[in-house]
Structure formats: C-alpha cells, structure tokens
Design a protein around this ligand. Structure first.
Ligand SMILES: Cc1cc2nc3c(=O)[nH]c(=O)nc-3n(C[C@H](O)[C@H](O)[C@H](O)COP(=O)(O)OP(=O)(O)OC[C@H]3O[C@@H](n4cnc5c(N)ncnc54)[C@H](O)[C@@H]3O)c2cc1C
Length: 400
C-alpha cells in the first residue's frame, strides 16, 4: 500500500529548513541575486545541516535519511531560492548518489565520503556546446594509455562549474562506437579540479538563478587514473541516465517548492492590494490564478512523493520520476507567470520576489530532460514504444 504520510523525522527536517531558510537565506537572497553573487557560506551551512549527504549511508559520512527526506529538503530549499536546490541536484542527486551506487569501495572512501560530509563539492558534466538533449552527440573523448585515460573536451552549462572540487564526466572511450553513435562506447570518470589540464569558467550572461554558479570546463589532455573510471568501460551512458533519474527527482520536488512560494506570495499580495474598493483576492479572475497554483502545488507534491515512495521501497521509478519532473516544472512556470500577474506592475520589479521566481523556474523546464524530452518519454511509455530494461545497478531501497 502506498504510504505518503510524513514521519516525525521528516517534520523535524522541514521545520529546521524553514527556520534556517527564513533566518539565514531569505534576508540575503535578493541582494545576492541582484549582484549575481554566489555565497559559499551557504554550502558550509548546508553541510552543517547534513544536507549534502542527506540520503547517503552514515558509513560514508551521510545522514542516513530516506529519499523522501531528500525531496522535502529540495522543496524547502527552492521555496527560498532555486540556487540552493540546484546544489542538492548536482551534488547529491546527480553525483553522490551515482557514486554510492556505481562507484568502487575505494571511490566511495576517497570521493563519496568527503562529499557526503560536505568537505568536497561535486557536480556532473554531460552537456557540451553542441550536445544537450542529444547526449550521444557529445564529443569529449577518453583514450586509455596504460593505467590512465587521457581526457579531452569541453563541457558547458555545468552547475557549480567554478565551485565544485569533483566532476562526474561522461566521455567516449570507443572511437568506432562514437562514429556509429552507439552509446555503449561511453564511460564515466571522476575528475578532480586539481588535475593538470582542467580549467573552468562561469557563464556571465545567464539571466536566472543568479545567486547560483553555472559555467563550463575544459579538459586538455587531462590524465585520469583508471581507478577513477566509474563502473565498467562502456557503461557511461547508463550511468549518466541513472544519475539523471535521481537529479530529476530533486528538480521535481524543488519546482514544487517554487509553486508554493508563488502561491504564498500571491495570497499575501491579493489580500492586501485593493482595486475597485475590494482586495484583488475578491475578483474571480485573481481567484482563478490562485486556485491553479493550489492545485498545481498539490498535484506536483503528490507526484514527487509517489516517486520518493517508490525509491524508498526499491521500485523502478524512471517513468514516475519523469512525470513528476515534467509536470512540476511546467506547472512552476505557470505559477510564476501568474504570480507576476497577480502582483501587477509590482510583479515586474525585483522589490517583490515573484520576478525572481519567474526567472528561476525556466531553467528547470530545460535541464535534466527538457519539457519535450519528458513528453516524448511519457507518450512512448503509453504507446508501448518504451519499456524499462533491467539495469546492472539499482538504487537500493531505504532500509531505515
Ligand atoms: C541553469 C542550467 C544548469 C545546467 N546544469 C547542468 C549540469 O550541471 N550538468 C550538465 O551536464 N548539464 C547542465 N545543464 C544543461 C542542460 O542539461 C541542457 O541545457 C539540456 O539537456 C538541453 O540541452 P540544450 O540546451 O543543448 O538544448 P537542445 O538539446 O539543443 O534542445 C533545444 C530545444 O529543442 C528541443 N528538442 C531537442 N531534441 C528534441 C527532440 N528529439 N524532439 C523534440 N524536441 C527536441 C528541446 O526540448 C529544446 O526545446 C544546465 C542547463 C541550465 C540552463
């Protein structure tokens, strides 16, 4: 039986994060966003709150909580600002959960444990200047030379590119398969910022998630020890997709938090602002926008909770997570547009937070599988063109 009831540890987590977000982040986020400035101290505080290893086992430095806790944290963080949830998406969802499931024991000790404690920050490098949705179109190569691989390529639109210490990089190890676009020629690697030939930069023309860091990195003859290959040679594409399944879950829960932030700001404003002698909340067309936010919030929350429950119980959730991510991100765009509308001209000013929500929500409709990619996935499942194939490695059920 599906059980979506929150436990006392979930409620305590939510309370702690609401308190932290309201006291430590909310008062600063407007100025950081305006200044396009990333505040590294938030990462330190998130580490203290044990968020950076929230659903990872205690033996690897994690907090040992369940996957619903990860979703709850993402919802609460994005309620305050999207960039905090992005940290969770790349550090925990895309990178650390992947290392935990696919990494060797040595990799877990050397990379996962410091990441889970928050001593090292990690991200995920799949996208390239000419390949996003079409992951098989990447050009980065990894050529084996003795006990090392030599990596060459360019990755762009990478969250925390200028902040992270560790990068999960997807590259082609089989050049013949690359020519044939056969994804069984791809492999995954852990690259450290300190490796010779690695350099990163920040994107400066980005117009949303401005308190977050997004950039790219270049690999110029970067020598990576064989021990840093994650999984077997040829498993890179599968590992990349596995990572995205957990990343998408965090994005779905985060977008749900953004809808709630839109709803709360709109309710507050609609109760105070008067036109034609009554609060605007009394006008039916304003009620309609708020009602839509209410239903979008509840539906998005149920969808990510369903995916979280499936993760907790060890059920395959590729389809449900894709649906949660698609629905919640599209709904968050609708909620943010309407939140600006409810605020009238004031919504068009950064004196109110809704303009920031509007700018921040759009990226999630693009990354971790665009709206179109998820639409295609859902249609293909329904039509029977797509079926989940068994994987060598699965996310373990939550054992308590
Ligand atoms: C803020 C931000 C942070 C990011 N962080 C990361 C990160 O940390 N790591 C990382 O690897 N990447 C990251 N990305 C990159 C992101 O994953 C890609 O932008 C995404 O995969 C889309 O790729 P693209 O931008 O190349 O668009 P394209 O793939 O070129 O797509 C362009 C448009 O065409 C549509 N389209 C493409 N193919 C099809 C098709 N077959 N059918 C129908 N429509 C199609 C798309 O939906 C989209 O609307 C980030 C992006 C942003 C904006």
């Amino acid at each position: 039986m599906i059980d979506l009831e929150l436990g006392s540890e979930h409620e305590a987590l939510v309370e702690t994060l609401r308190d932290w977000g309201a006291k430590e982040v909310a008062p600063k986020v407007h100025d950081l966003d305006r200044a396009h400035r990333f505040e590294p101290d938030f990462i330190r505080q998130m580490a203290e709150l044990q968020l950076l290893g929230i659903c990872l086992p205690e033996e690897y430095g994690g907090a040992g909580m369940d996957y619903v806790s990860l979703g709850l944290a993402c919802e609460e963080l994005e309620y305050v600002d999207t960039h905090l949830r992005v940290i969770m998406s790349v550090h925990v969802g895309l990178n650390s959960m992947t290392l935990w499931c696919w990494g060797s024991e040595e990799q877990k000790q050397s990379y996962l444990a410091p990441q889970a404690r928050g001593d090292r920050i990690a991200t995920y490098g799949l996208t390239e200047p000419n390949a996003g949705s079409d992951a098989v179109g990447i050009q980065t190569t990894a050529v084996r030379r003795g006990d090392r691989y030599v990596l060459n390529g360019e990755k762009t639109w990478i969250s925390l590119a200028d902040v992270a210490d560790h990068f999960l990089v997807i590259a082609w190890t089989d050049q013949e398969k690359k020519k044939k676009r056969d994804h069984s020629g791809m492999s995954a690697f852990i690259v450290e910022r300190g490796f010779k030939g690695f350099s990163s930069y920040s994107l400066t023309e980005k117009w949303g998630i401005l308190a977050g860091n997004t950039g790219g990195f270049s690999l110029q003859d970067v020598e990576v020890p064989v021990e840093n290959r994650v999984g077997e040679e040829g498993e890179g594409f599968r590992i990349a997709m596995f990572a995205l399944e957990n990343g998408r879950y965090t994005v779905a829960a985060g977008a749900t938090g953004l809808i709630r932030a839109c709803r709360d700001a709109s309710v507050r404003y609609a109760q105070g602002r008067e036109t034609f002698g009554v609060p605007i909340g009394q006008h039916q067309l304003v009620k309609e926008m708020i009602a839509q936010m209410v239903s979008d919030y509840e539906a998005s929350r149920l969808l990510w909770l369903q995916a979280g429950w499936m993760k907790n119980t060890g059920r395959r959730n590729t389809r449900e997570t894709s649906l949660a991510k698609w629905f919640a991100t599209v709904a968050s765009e609708r909620a943010a547009a309407d939140a600006v509308q409810v605020h009238g001209a004031n919504g068009y000013s950064d004196e109110y937070p809704v303009g920031r929500y509007y700018r921040n929500c759009k990226a999630a409709v693009i990354y971790e599988g665009s709206r179109e990619v998820h639409k295609l996935m859902q249609a293909d499942y329904a039509l029977g063109y797509r079926r989940d194939k068994p994987r060598r490695v699965e996310l373990p059920a939550y054992r308590g």
